[in-house]
Design a protein. Structure first.
Ligand code: PHE
Length: 511
C-alpha cells in the first residue's frame, strides 16, 4: 500500500534520512525553526507508518550559579587575593589591611584566605604582635578546580553523565562551595526505523488537503487519503446580508424602552389634525406667523374638522379673547371658529399631547399621568443637512401636582443619559404654550458643538385651565427631534442620510 504523508512530515523524513543518526528533538525543532509540538506530531505520523520513533532519556545537567559564574570570570577568591599580593609585590601584610586592599566582601575574603592557607601558598602568624599573612610558596600553579571551572566557559550546561572520575571530584568541591546548580530533564531523541532509513521518498505520496469530508468520501473510504485543512479560528466569518430592522426603528424601540422603564405610557394621535388641537388649544393666536402657509401644510380635503364639545371650545375661545378664568388678559381679539376648523398635516406632536389633556378632562382623571409619543410630523421646510420636511418628534408630558421645572430638567437629563448622552444643557427658550420655556441641547463630539434637540416647558394656564388642570397641578411638556437624536446616536453629520439609506451604513448596523 502506498504511504501518504503530509508535506511537512515528508520533509522531516528527508532530513532524518540525511542525518543518518539520532537527533535531539529540541535541537531539530530549533534547527527547522518549527514548534516542538509540531515536530513531535510529525514524528507521530512517522511512528504510525513504522518509519520512525523516539526514546526518552533522563538527563542530569549542571551549570554554575551566579557566584560560580563570577569566579569563572574573575578567578576564585584565593586567586584574586594572591594576584593582589603578587602585583604589589607584597610579602607580608596585616589581615585588616589586606581585607581593605582586596575590596572583597568580608565573607569571600575569608574563604579566599582559608583556601590560600590550604594550598600552603600563604601562612598566618601573630608572632609580630599583629595578625599577619606571609607568602610562603614560590609557585602558584593553576588548580584542578580552576581548570574545571573554565570548562563552563565553553559549555555553560554540562551533562553529568559525561564527567570523568577526576572531574566528579572537582564537581564535588564546587558543590561544597555552593557554586553549582543541578537540573534534571527528560530529553527526547528521535530517529528512523530500518524501514524509515530505507524507504524511497519518491514512493511516498503527499496527503492532499481538503476543507471538508463529503458523504461520498466516507462511503468509498477515500477520506483516508486526505488531510483536513486546519481551521483558522482568528478569521471572521462571511458577512451576513440578512434582512433586519432599519436603524431608526431600533432607535425608536430603544426610546420606547427608556420611557416605559421610567413609568410612561405611549400615546398616538392623528397625522391629519385640526388647527384647534394643533394651535388654538395651545393658545397660539390665530394671526401667529407659525400658522401660516409657509410653515404649515393645510389640507383641502378634508376641508374642515369637527370641533370638540361646545363648552370646551368656548373655554378655549375665552382664553384667546380675555384669558377666561386663568387670570390672564388673553390676546384680546375676536376668536374665529372657522380658522380653528382648518385641517392640516400636524407640524408637531404637541397636538397629540393636547388631545391627551382633553381625554384627561373627559375621563375625570387624577394626576399623575405620564405619557410619551414618537411620531411623524410635517413642516413646509427647505431640506438641508440639518432639516427635513417630514420628520419625527419624541414628545411627552407629565401631569402632576406641584411639578416643577427642576423635575423637567431631571427627566430630560435622565432620558438622554439612558440613551448614552452625558453632556446636556437646557437654556431659556420661547413657545406660545409654555412658561417658562426651555431649549435642550446635547454636545455632539463629531462636530464639536452643541446640537439643538428640541423644546420643553411648563404649559401655560391658558393651555391647561380649559381642561380643568389648574394650579398646583401642572403639565411638564417636551418635544424633541428624533432625527437630531439619531444623528448623534449613529454619528451621522447629514440628517438626510437617515432616510437615503446608504447601504454600507445599513449593513454595518447591528440586528
Ligand atoms: N412643539 C415644540 C416643537 O415642535 C416642542 C415643544 C413641545 C415645546 C412641548 C414645549 C413643549 O418644537
Amino acid at each position: 500500500m502506498t504511504i501518504r504523508l503530509k508535506k511537512q512530515v515528508i520533509d522531516i523524513l528527508k532530513i532524518l534520512q540525511k542525518k543518518s543518526s539520532e537527533v535531539l528533538a529540541i535541537e531539530l525543532a530549533n534547527e527547522l525553526k518549527i514548534d516542538y509540538i509540531v515536530l513531535m506530531s510529525a514524528i507521530n505520523d512517522l511512528i504510525e507508518h513504522g518509519l520512525g520513533g523516539f526514546r526518552e532519556e533522563e538527563v542530569d545537567q549542571i551549570s554554575l550559579n551566579d557566584e560560580g559564574i563570577n569566579y569563572m570570570k574573575n578567578g576564585l577568591p584565593e586567586r584574586q587575593l594572591l594576584n593582589i599580593l603578587l602585583e604589589k609585590n607584597i610579602k607580608e601584610i596585616s589581615l585588616g589591611e589586606f581585607l581593605k586592599e582586596s575590596k572583597l566582601d568580608e565573607n569571600i575574603f575569608y574563604i579566599g584566605i582559608s583556601n590560600l592557607k590550604k594550598n600552603r601558598w600563604v601562612s598566618q602568624s601573630k608572632a609580630s604582635g599583629k595578625n599577619k599573612i606571609y607568602i610562603t610558596a614560590e609557585k602558584f600553579p593553576e588548580m584542578d578546580l580552576e581548570k574545571f571551572l573554565l570548562k563552563f566557559k565553553e559549555k555553560p550546561v554540562i551533562d553529568y553523565s559525561k564527567l570523568s572520575k577526576h572531574e566528579l571530584v572537582q564537581l564535588n568541591i564546587l558543590n561544597k562551595r555552593k557554586l553549582v546548580k543541578r537540573n534534571h530533564r527528560t530529553e527526547r531523541i528521535i530517529g528512523l526505523t530500518d524501514k524509515g532509513k530505507k524507504i524511497e521518498i519518491s514512493k511516498i505520496k503527499e496527503l492532499e488537503q481538503v476543507s471538508k469530508i463529503t458523504p461520498e468520501m466516507l462511503i468509498s473510504g477515500s477520506w483516508k487519503n486526505y488531510e483536513l485543512k486546519p481551521f483558522d479560528v482568528s478569521k471572521s466569518g462571511p458577512l451576513l446580508k440578512a434582512g433586519k430592522f432599519h436603524p431608526m426603528i431600533n432607535l425608536i424601540n430603544e426610546i420606547r424602552e427608556i420611557f416605559l422603564s421610567m413609568g410612561f405610557t405611549e400615546i398616538r394621535g392623528p397625522i391629519i389634525e385640526s388647527a384647534f388641537y394643533n394651535f388654538d388649544a395651545l393658545f397660539q393666536p390665530q394671526d401667529h406667523p407659525a400658522r401660516e402657509l409657509q410653515d404649515t401644510f393645510y389640507l383641502s380635503n378634508p376641508k374642515s374638522a369637527r370641533l370638540p364639545e361646545r363648552e370646551r371650545v368656548l373655554a378655549v375661545k375665552a382664553t384667546h379673547e380675555n384669558g377666561g378664568d386663568t387670570g390672564s388678559k388673553g390676546w384680546g381679539y375676536e376668536w374665529d371658529e372657522n380658522i380653528a376648523k382648518k385641517t392640516l398635516l400636524r407640524p408637531h406632536t404637541t397636538a397629540t399631547t393636547m388631545r391627551r389633556l382633553a381625554q384627561f378632562y373627559r375621563n375625570n382623571e387624577k394626576a399623575p399621568v405620564k405619557v410619551f409619543c414618537v411620531d411623524r410630523v410635517f413642516r413646509n421646510e427647505k431640506v438641508d443637512k440639518s432639516h427635513l420636511a417630514e420628520f419625527t418628534q419624541v414628545e411627552g408630558i407629565v401631569i402632576d401636582d406641584n411639578a416643577t421645572l427642576c423635575d423637567l430638567i431631571g427627566l430630560l437629563s435622565e432620558f438622554y443619559r439612558k440613551l448614552g448622552f452625558k453632556k446636556i444643557i437646557t437654556r431659556p427658550g420661547f413657545f406660545p404654550y409654555t412658561e417658562p420655556s426651555m431649549e435642550v441641547a446635547v454636545f455632539y463630539d463629531k462636530l464639536g458643538e452643541w446640537l439643538e434637540m428640541g423644546g420643553s416647558g411648563i404649559f401655560r394656564p391658558e393651555v391647561t385651565y380649559p381642561w380643568g388642570i389648574k394650579n398646583p397641578t401642572r403639565v411638564l411638556a417636551w418635544g424633541q427631534g428624533l432625527e437630531r437624536i439619531a444623528m448623534l446616536y449613529f454619528g451621522r453629520k447629514d440628517i438626510r442620510d437617515l432616510y437615503i439609506n446608504p447601504i454600507k451604513w445599513l449593513r454595518s448596523q447591528s440586528y
